[in-house]
Design a protein around this ligand. Sequence first.
Ligand SMILES: Cc1cc2nc3c(=O)[nH]c(=O)nc-3n(C[C@H](O)[C@H](O)[C@H](O)COP(=O)(O)OP(=O)(O)OC[C@H]3O[C@@H](n4cnc5c(N)ncnc54)[C@H](O)[C@@H]3O)c2cc1C
Length: 395
Amino acid sequence: VPDAPTAAGDPIADTPERATLRATVRRLVADVSPPARTYALDEAEQFDDLLHGALAELGLLAVGAPERVDGGGDVRDQLVVVEELAAGPTSMAAFLIAQYAVTQVLAAYGGTDEHEHLLRELVGGRTLLSFALSEPAGGTDVARVMRTRGEPRPGGGWRLNGQKMWTSGATLASHIVVLARTSAWERSPVQGVTMFLVPRTAPGVEVRTIDTFGIHGMSTCEVFLADVDLPADAVLGEVDQGMRQVFATINREGLNATAACIGVGRGALDVVLPHVREREVFGRPIGAHQAAQHRLVDGAVALESARSLMVRAAEVEVAGGRADVLASMAKLVASEAAEQITLTGMQLMGGLGYTREVPLQRFFRDGRLWSFSPLTNEVVRNRIGEQHLGLPRSS
Ligand SMILES: Cc1cc2nc3c(=O)[nH]c(=O)nc-3n(C[C@H](O)[C@H](O)[C@H](O)COP(=O)(O)OP(=O)(O)OC[C@H]3O[C@@H](n4cnc5c(N)ncnc54)[C@H](O)[C@@H]3O)c2cc1C
């Protein structure tokens, strides 16, 4: 397994422990999910159970989870795992980002023995969970337009009605974390939303798959909720505080999205570089033409810039500080770099870059997700404008 995406040496500069972790994940991907398997599963739109099982066996689903459920490590370790997966079977990286987020939510806001049991099952790879925030009327300003309602039932417990959209992996999940409006809001739409743990097989829950452009190794779903009755202890955390609880996870999700984009960019470079070193046009390798080389160099520099921002943001987060601006900058640079590199790669490979078997188009399709998710790059720019430059809040 090569140490670095290029012949120029390893620009990653991990600590020795993280370098070992990275090598472990790289080896796992090479052994269990080599490019031919990733291609076949992606074409068949199938989840890779084998890889998921192998990740669980190595304890990689428990990275960042509390020690009480045999977890360990922190977001800096998650970033390594996500990046290495994204450089190969990218859908599994997208899946893991969602699993790490629900693990964080369940660890922080679960309160019952059943929640704790579920957390163990989750990090042990014996069950999967989904996270349903976005709705048909909006993802960016979902709290303002949220139509899913949770109403207290006369004898106790709650009744949910509504619809969720773009829920990752819901066909595979045993439970779905659902955000629903439980009180009207006055000053801010962030008020009055509650987080519920909903069994996917509960009466009234229906899941349908959406035909998406990328991330074909994991389902993306609509979730319909019609008179779904839940016990009182289905609430995660505090009633009416669900959005604030989500905000506690969003920076980490953004950082993991950054790692995924860096992985996508690296994976694409791994495909295109050998080609442009060998194949000649006008008697010289494509990569010897400056117009080609500079575009790849710009992409590589942007990736490593994103990595520096990401690592700084992660260090701040681990030290208990606020990393909003750094994390926003990292996600912005990384998602744009991934897009530039995959497009450049397809161009430089000509007809080959247009085939499905060469994964550049898949990296492009998969990487596109993070230009608008978990937050759109427009909103990310707004955050940087407001929080870093002190500009008036824009919309
Ligand atoms: C494959 C996939 C998996 C997903 N997984 C999940 C999941 O597991 N759980 C979940 O809850 N959600 C999930 N999502 C949803 C994702 O988080 C949303 O797509 C994202 O938040 C954007 O919301 P939206 O699609 O409703 O776009 P909208 O909110 O409608 O925004 C559309 C576009 O409007 C523009 N825009 C938005 N705001 C501004 C602004 N302030 N200024 C200028 N332009 C603006 C941007 O170009 C933006 O892309 C997933 C989506 C996909 C495609």
